[in-house]
Design a protein around this ligand. Structure first.
Ligand SMILES: *Cc1c(COP(=O)(O)O)cnc(C)c1O
Length: 241
């Protein structure tokens, strides 16, 4: 299967997942996760019509993104989806259009002040760990509905980030646990949706984007309200480590 065939298959799956819950496929942004994949694969995907790409490592992005940009006529949109050490904020700020992985107030403040210096506003998503898995980055949102201390802490951090002048908080991002059990994954996506609704009400803001769902679970994520799905292997094949 070529990258173009894979993209076609993923786009068809998006359409059928949307049909199931009466959503418009135009409201879903497919972010093709090209981490660990060569520039040639990215160009092949662009050739097939793909517009959005996700990378997760600073070093890799600084090499690949300028190479891709130099070889295309129309710009594509670059999404940073991996953990960023705040001392590397300066490197990634000019490379990416959307940052999904805001996982600390420190990083958010750093990015906002960099954006201020460059007189721009950066689109960001706040990464929330609603599954409670220790290995995950993101603000702790585990059991926020019942655990008032968790909720208070999360609200305080998100309020700080919303109030930063040069970040536009467009929504939330999460990673589900790596399990096959839909019964485990679905409530996590539903929980992120509910968290977004509650934050919008509390802070009287609109946060239209929900970045959730990967190769194994993007159809479920769409059913639960995802607006951005981050799909790697289903498009580019397995990664070599
Ligand atoms: C690698 C990665 C993905 C894509 O995973 P696949 O299983 O290849 O679809 C999505 N989101 C994040 C944050 C990732 O690091």
């Amino acid at each position: 299967m070529s990258i173009a065939d894979n993209l076609k298959h993923v786009n068809e799956t998006i359409v059928s997942a949307c049909a199931k819950v009466n959503r418009n496929p135009d409201d879903i942004t497919l972010v093709a996760v090209s981490k660990k994949k060569p520039v040639a694969d990215i160009l092949e995907a662009i050739e097939a019509g793909q517009q959005h790409f996700g990378e997760n490592r600073v070093e890799e992005s600084t090499v690949k993104i300028p190479q891709v940009n130099a070889q295309i006529d129309l710009p594509v949109t670059w999404h940073m989806i991996g953990h960023i050490q705040s001392r590397k904020a300066k490197i990634i700020a000019p490379l990416f259009d959307v940052i999904h992985s805001i996982d600390s107030v420190k990083l958010a403040k750093k990015l906002s002040s960099l954006a201020e210096q460059n007189e721009k506003v950066i689109d960001v998503l706040v990464e929330c760990n609603v599954s409670g898995e220790d290995a995950k980055h993101g603000f702790n949102g585990y059991n926020w509905v019942r655990n008032q201390a968790v909720k208070d802490h999360l609200w305080q951090d998100i309020e700080t980030i919303i109030n930063l002048p040069n970040l536009r908080v467009c929504g939330l991002m999460t990673m589900a646990p790596f399990v096959d059990d839909i019964g485990v994954i679905r409530p996590i996506f539903a929980d992120l949706f509910a968290l977004r609704e509650e934050l919008q009400t509390s802070f009287k803001v609109t946060m239209p984007e929900l970045s959730m769902g990967m190769t194994n679970d993007y159809a479920i994520a769409i059913e639960e309200g995802a607006t951005m799905i981050r799909v790697g292997r289903a498009i580019f094949g397995e990664r070599q480590y």
